[in-house]
Design a protein around this ligand. Structure first.
Ligand SMILES: Cc1cc2nc3c(=O)[nH]c(=O)nc-3n(C[C@H](O)[C@H](O)[C@H](O)COP(=O)(O)OP(=O)(O)OC[C@H]3O[C@@H](n4cnc5c(N)ncnc54)[C@H](O)[C@@H]3O)c2cc1C
Length: 377
């Protein structure tokens, strides 16, 4: 039997990885994206994203992390360039930090390497850091960072080489679900397919207003601080459980890239974002550099704003549309969805083939499970 024609609405990292996977598996694929191939108006652009082999957000993510640990290396081979850099990473915080405990527990439960250090011992290993001496530090050698823009370039080329039709600068204005197929309307054409994967990030609530999806787009700002020669390949990525949560990583050009887990809690309309970073953003981020690093100016060398799409429990939304079997909602949101990209194609394929995924119940529309582990305030 011929494989179904899959329409993919939105080519951020979710849609791009699903398109590439399905095309490689012989599906007919049409991807539709409102902006250009490397646009920076969603959540999937830029130079780096954290990869953590230990997904402390919960057991539901372990399978994705396992698949992705292999997947990033397979993709690097296919792309002919390094898409994942394994520099190690830490979850660090006070002795009672839930983040550090979750990281340690999950490592132990799944036999993943994890060294527990004091802040003092960690600072001695990595003099760029100035963590409080009494902090607990869970060091994971299998953490690092991945390369968003290079990954999107690779995925689009790979998808096309397997026959996918990828339309950019093409906005979907409407979805018409039918009983045997589904169609999407753009300014120029109506495209018909058998099944639709909706991977539209912060625009999902606008596309499905009747579903009252629990997705809130927020404005976030990331800053780069010049660490010069100190930010060599030995600097680990970091998640620090202080003042509501900091995360960051070294970049290949000698910077420390930094974000705050809540930043300024600003809701935005993704079609009308007020994104330009300003002094309030710099002031929000500077304390992390002042408190937890040595010898780095807390004046950002650069800042960039982008869209974070959040659920109240910080889990993804991956489920079938409650009224239309041939629409799958796929939002790898809440600020931790880039790293698992190599796993998304297989998940989407399971939905297409009707394979049950009880392991993803926590991402369903009717979930009532646990929240992800949170940074302390
Ligand atoms: C600043 C920042 C830092 C982050 N750090 C990390 C990290 O370190 N590690 C990690 O794992 N994750 C991280 N994340 C999260 C991760 O990047 C996101 O979860 C992920 O990129 C979301 O991808 P997506 O494809 O679901 O959404 P998006 O990237 O937003 O893609 C959705 C796409 O749909 C398109 N679209 C929407 N509506 C339409 C329409 N009507 N017609 C056509 N196209 C449409 C949009 O233009 C967009 O391209 C971070 C996110 C941000 C913003």
């Amino acid at each position: 039997m011929a494989r179904p024609h899959v329409l993919i609405l939105g080519l951020g990292i979710a849609g791009s990885s699903i398109a590439a996977h399905l095309a490689a598996k012989g599906y007919r694929v049409t991807g539709i994206e409102q902006f250009g191939p490397l646009h920076d108006r969603g959540s999937s652009h830029g130079d780096t994203r954290i990869f953590r082999r230990v997904p402390r957000e919960g057991a539901a993510y372990v399978g994705m992390a396992t698949r992705s640990w292999d997947g990033w290396r397979e993709w690097s081979q296919l792309a002919g360039e390094t898409l994942m850099v394994t520099c190690g990473g830490i979850d660090a915080g006070p002795a009672d930090s839930a983040v550090v405990a979750a990281s340690e527990d999950l490592s132990r439960a799944h036999g993943l390497p994890c060294d527990i250090l004091t802040g003092t011992a960690f600072n001695q290993r990595h003099p760029l850091f100035n963590l409080p001496p009494s902090w607990r530090v869970a060091f994971q050698p299998k953490s690092g960072f991945v390369r968003p823009d290079s990954t999107r370039v690779f995925l689009h080329a790979w998808a096309r080489s397997n026959g996918a039709r990828l339309l950019h600068d093409t906005r979907v204005d409407g979805i018409d679900p039918g009983t045997t197929g589904v169609a999407v309307r753009t300014a120029h054409e109506t495209i018909e397919g058998d099944i639709l994967i909706a991977s539209a990030g912060g625009w999902m609530p606008k596309l499905f207003p009747d579903l009252a999806l629990p997705l809130t787009p927020e404005r976030r700002v990331i800053a780069w601080f010049d660490a010069g020669a100190s930010a060599d390949g030995s600097v680990p990525i970091f998640c620090l459980d202080g003042e509501g949560g900091w995360y960051g990583m070294p970049t290949p050009d000698g910077m420390i890239k930094l974000g705050h887990d809540k930043h300024l809690n600003q809701r935005i309309d993704p079609d009308n974002p007020t994104l330009e970073p300003d002094v309030a953003d710099a002031t929000r981020l500077a304390p992390c550099i002042q408190r937890y690093f040595n010898g780095i100016s807390s004046e950002p060398a650069a800042m960039k704003a982008c869209i974070y799409t959040l659920t109240p429990d910080k889990h993804f939304v991956v489920d079938r549309h409650p009224a239309h079997d041939n629409i799958v909602l796929f939002s790898c949101c809440s600020g931790h969805g880039f790293k698992y990209a190599p796993a998304y194609g297989g998940i989407a394929e399971d939905f297409i083939r009707g394979v049950a995924r009880p392991d993803l119940a926590v991402m369903g529309l009717k979930r009532s499970g646990q929240r992800t582990v949170r940074y302390s305030e």
